[in-house]
Write a protein that binds this ligand. Structure first.
Ligand code: SF4
Length: 342
């Protein structure tokens, strides 16, 4: 394992510690200019298509990670922190996919896997913290055969679990307590990232603003809060949220942007599923009724208006000006069988 490829690991932190440079060194010395630039690239990548994997030198890659943590802490925005942690985890995942053996890295992340032929054995207590956030049924413990507390995963599944643990590791401790003097000293580097962050946030707000966010029922608001916090919604909740947003007039692109903070966001898969719910196969799906939402545990509790409606769309219509898509075509279906949402 090359520590520079996985700068969030304990091994990488130890290498940085042994080198003995201070944050002031990284901040002020001309020799560390490539480190500061690479750190900025990490953050800008997190707000765009991801962190580019290429780097000029191992030392640059290694030191740019703690410097990026300082920068993200100066900016102090929760949205950026979540996107940054996700981007580092995705970068690590792309690199892991090229590794022959992931066991050393897995151990660094707190797993103690062992080989069992082509599969990898893992104790369920190590499996659950990461797997419980995945929404696909294959990750559910009931769908795994358990022997003496151990279960088997493929190397691809181990990689996915490690990606999730890497995301936790990166996000842990952020924002760091960085002094205002240090933040002021790197303002030149922070400025373009702040601009990009503002543009990303206002783009997202514009998407929601067009559909009267203030009229959203409590169930939809709760789901949006969870997605923004990087929580993986259950299948039924993701279907309800996707179909609701499409029905009130949000575009496929807008809905995809909402899910872009999900830990397992997959652009192509999400597009296919959102388009399917939007009616690409001839059936446009409506969100479930309040009764169905309650059955699946997706109704967080009623407010006064909730007591007078039986459907989240009725809540939205009553509370705000109606923006419901009136078109009956393609044919509309409520309830099931819903396709798997993003
Ligand atoms: S009662 Fe209906 S509209 Fe209100 S929170 Fe529950 S599911 Fe949503």
């Amino acid at each position: 394992m090359n520590a520079a490829d996985y700068p969030f690991t304990r091994e990488a932190a130890e290498e940085v510690r042994k080198a003995g440079y201070t944050i002031e060194d990284l901040l002020g010395r001309r020799a560390f200019l490539p480190v500061r630039r690479r750190a900025a690239v990490r953050l800008l990548g997190a707000l765009a298509e991801g962190i580019p994997p290429e780097y000029s030198h191992s030392q640059v890659e290694l030191f740019s990670y703690p410097f990026a943590r300082v920068m993200v802490s100066c900016l102090g925005d929760d949205h950026l922190i979540r996107r940054y942690a996700l981007a580092e985890a995705k970068l690590a995942g792309r690199r892991m996919a090229k590794e022959g053996d992931l066991l050393d890295l897995a151990r660094d992340l707190g797993l103690t896997p062992s080989r069992a032929g082509d599969l990898i054995r893992l104790h369920f207590s190590q499996y659950l913290p990461a797997a419980s956030r995945m929404h696909s049924s294959k990750w559910k413990l009931v769908n795994r055969s358990l022997k003496g507390g151990f279960l088997s995963v493929t190397s691809g599944e181990l990689l996915r679990l490690m990606e999730e643990l890497a995301r936790d590791r990166v996000q842990k401790g952020l924002p760091l307590p960085v002094s205002p003097e240090i933040c002021a000293g790197i303002e030149e580097l922070l400025h373009p990232i702040r601009l990009e962050l503002q543009s990303t946030l206002s783009r997202d707000r514009a998407d929601l603003g067009a559909v009267q966010e203030g009229a959203f029922p409590p169930c939809i608001r709760a789901m949006l809060d969870q997605v923004a916090a990087g929580v993986n919604l259950a299948h039924t909740a993701r279907f309800a949220l996707t179909s609701f947003l499409l029905q009130i007039g949000m575009s496929v692109e807008g809905v995809m942007a909402v899910f872009n903070t999900s830990p397992d966001f997959d652009c192509e898969r999400t597009r296919y599923q959102v388009e399917h719910i939007a009616g690409s196969s001839g059936t446009r799906y409506k969100p479930p009724s309040c009764a169905t939402m309650a059955t699946y545990g997706n109704c967080p509790g009623e407010d006064d208006l909730c007591r007078r409606v039986t459907h989240p769309l009725s809540y939205y219509r009553k509370k705000g000006r109606s923006k419901i898509n009136p078109s009956p075509s393609p044919s509309q279906a409520e309830g099931g069988p819903p396709p798997r949402p993003p």
